[in-house]
Design a protein around this ligand. Structure first.
Ligand SMILES: *Cc1c(COP(=O)(O)O)cnc(C)c1O
Length: 351
């Protein structure tokens, strides 16, 4: 792998607003002449791409991304959470939008090398981490809707604090009646860039109504809970943990999978099945809706205090953070940071 050294390093920012500051270096791998050019893969100073105005991704959005985190403890040890899972999911996303598959081991190793190089950027305070953003896009200089012949795959890094500025405080969700994020056969099952463009309007409207995020319903029947903006969703009803099953329109979250594996191993009752909004409203009405929480790399676990549906607001449990929510948060972040033993083999200790 090539390495181009920075002439000058940036001041390490203490502002850890999510995704606002980036480290000194980036990774770049290009695809041309029918192959990924591993020989010229490069870790180099973080800098803008220079792209022609006709570049295909600007017009047709042939792009995918990933998100994962590295954690550093006060002994200086650095851990990355399930990075190969992200590589494998990225390959699946690429396949869905005709981006040629890449060598996951090569990109994984480049990611680890980049994180090691940038270790001094990783914050150590509780709740902080280094957010890792791999992405890939079609960069043909030509209009016309078809798979590009040229691609860029890149990785950038951003030191981050807690995802929500108000910390682990419960969020409010608005069950979206009209707009859809994903449908079976579409791209919602993959981390494809356009999915997020499709979600912004509903998120803006929900925010204007005073909610933090949108809770999406299925596109076919408009009845079943799917997920939140960039989080999967879990309900605790009468002591049973329930999460919508993956049926082709829900993003297969790695935090979701980890939560299911953790709770199963610890003897919780957990079901992956369809959950209707009617079931959750009924549980809220009869006092059996104990908890709702979201899971995703950015926030890890996010308690839900209220949700709105058809103009009415429902309180979840006592409106505060639930017991299982707190348990999952403490266990997952404990494993991620190395405070708790990694009994599932999820963590790669890179330093
Ligand atoms: C990334 C993402 C998630 C969470 O996935 P993790 O692997 O847990 O970070 C959930 N839903 C959507 C739509 C996402 O983009």
């Amino acid at each position: 792998m090539k390495f181009i050294k920075c002439k000058e390093l940036k001041d390490k920012k203490t502002d850890l607003a999510f995704g606002k500051n980036f480290t000194d270096y980036m990774f770049v791998l290009e695809y041309h002449n029918g192959a990924w050019d591993y020989e010229n893969a490069c870790i180099k100073p973080y800098e803008p791409f220079s792209l022609d105005p006709s570049t295909s991704v600007f017009h047709y959005g042939q792009a995918v991304f990933e998100g994962l985190k590295a954690y550093k403890n006060d002994k200086g040890e650095v851990r990355i959470f399930r990075p190969m899972d992200n590589m494998n999911r990225m390959i699946d996303s690429c396949e869905r939008v005709c981006i040629p598959p890449f060598d996951t081991k090569f990109v994984h190793d480049a990611l680890v090398e980049l994180v090691k190089l940038e270790k001094d950027w990783i914050p150590t305070a509780p709740g902080t981490s280094l957010y890792i953003r791999p992405f890939a896009m079609g960069v043909d200089k030509a209009l016309g809707v078809h798979a590009a012949k040229n691609y860029i795959l890149s990785i950038i890094l951003s030191p981050v604090g807690a995802y929500y500025t108000h910390g682990l405080a419960p969020v409010s969700l608005c069950v979206e009646e009209h707009y859809k994020r994903a449908c079976i056969g579409g791209t919602g099952h993959h981390k494809v860039a356009g999915n997020y463009a499709a979600s912004i309007l509903a998120a803006d409207l929900a925010e204007k109504k005073g909610y933090d995020q949108v809770l999406w319903l299925d596109a076919q029947e408009n009845k079943y809970m799917e997920e939140v903006g960039s989080m999967n969703i879990f309900f605790v009803i009468d002591g049973v943990v329930i999460t919508p099953m993956l049926a082709g329109s829900i993003l297969p979250g790695i935090t979701r999978r980890s939560t299911i594996e953790l709770l199963k191993a610890r003897g919780y009752k957990i079901e992956e099945r369809r959950v209707s909004v009617a079931e959750v409203v009924a549980a809220a009405d009869n006092g059996t809706l104990n908890e709702i929480f979201g899971t995703g790399t950015a926030a890890v676990v996010s308690p839900v205090g209220t949700f709105g549906y058809l103009g009415k607001d429902y309180q979840v449990g006592d409106g505060g953070m639930g017991k299982i929510t707190k348990y999952v948060y403490d266990e997952l972040t404990g494993i991620q940071t190395g405070i708790k033993p990694d009994e599932f083999g999820w963590v790669e200790k890179v330093i």
